[in-house]
Design a binder for this molecule. Structure first.
Ligand code: SF4
Ligand code: SF4
Length: 222
């Protein structure tokens, strides 16, 4: 899922500027799971903004709502009635959610309340870790299901680099060496021969380097 965290309240207040009718919008999917932009966080941010504006002596109307997914226009459409009399929308979705709302409500300013961080998973309560960089050419079949692009500090496709110590990365000894993990996993799977295959130079045109990506499934198009 997409991992994001809330911006400092002072930054959000700055983004509000002189706007007077605000709608804070949450998202019920990834950012709810990572506790940054669900209904609960929307309620907390809306209350904090009301309080801050009252202290500043400003008359600002702060409304709040949460939709199922900000990254799908069908759900964003449901904001129409609440958004029409507002002069600013604050998205508590990921960067995709902010942009979907901006596309749908072309003449209304939309600002992000979150910083979108990475694709990952909850490791334990309050801790999220990166697991994928959406490189567009997955190699997990060759690496025992452990991603060398996102988990090796150097994104090595043919590791290890030789610097790991006791299973930890030479860049940061608080993180596991991805290639150590890959070795241990392939060993457990009795597939160590995978390490003898030299992976070719990666085609980074499938990643961000090729510009904004698009996926078309002809069989699904109407
Ligand atoms: S190899 Fe690429 S697509 Fe596969 S998990 Fe890693 S970054 Fe994601
Ligand atoms: S020590 Fe391991 S994780 Fe760190 S850069 Fe080298 S191969 Fe990658």
């Amino acid at each position: 899922m997409i991992i994001a965290e809330q911006k400092e309240i002072s930054e959000i207040i700055n983004m509000v500027g002189d706007h007077r009718k605000i709608l804070v919008i949450g998202c019920d999917t990834c950012v709810t799971v990572c506790l940054s932009g669900g209904a609960k966080e929307v309620a907390i941010l809306a209350s904090a903004l009301r309080l801050a504006f009252r202290v500043q002596g400003k008359q600002v109307e702060v409304n709040e709502t949460t939709i199922e997914r900000q990254c799908e226009i069908e759900f964003v459409d449901s904001l129409e009635s609440m958004a029409k009399d507002k002069d600013l929308l604050i998205s508590m979705g990921c960067g995709i959610g902010v942009q979907t709302i901006a596309e749908r409500f072309f003449h209304l300013p939309v600002v992000p309340a979150l910083n979108t961080k990475f694709l990952g998973l909850p490791e334990k309560q309050g801790v999220w870790v990166e697991r994928c960089q959406a490189c567009g050419q997955c190699v997990l079949d060759k690496t025992g299901g452990i991603c060398p692009i996102s988990r090796c500090s150097k994104s090595l496709l043919n590791g290890p680099c030789g610097g790991s110590q006791n299973g930890k990365c030479e860049i940061n000894d608080e993180i596991d060496c991805a290639w150590h993990l890959i070795y241990e996993r392939l060993k457990a799977l009795n597939r160590l021969e995978c390490l003898e295959e030299i992976m070719p130079v990666k085609d980074w045109s499938t990643s961000r380097d090729g510009g904004p990506r698009k996926m078309i499934r002809e069989d699904m198009c109407l």
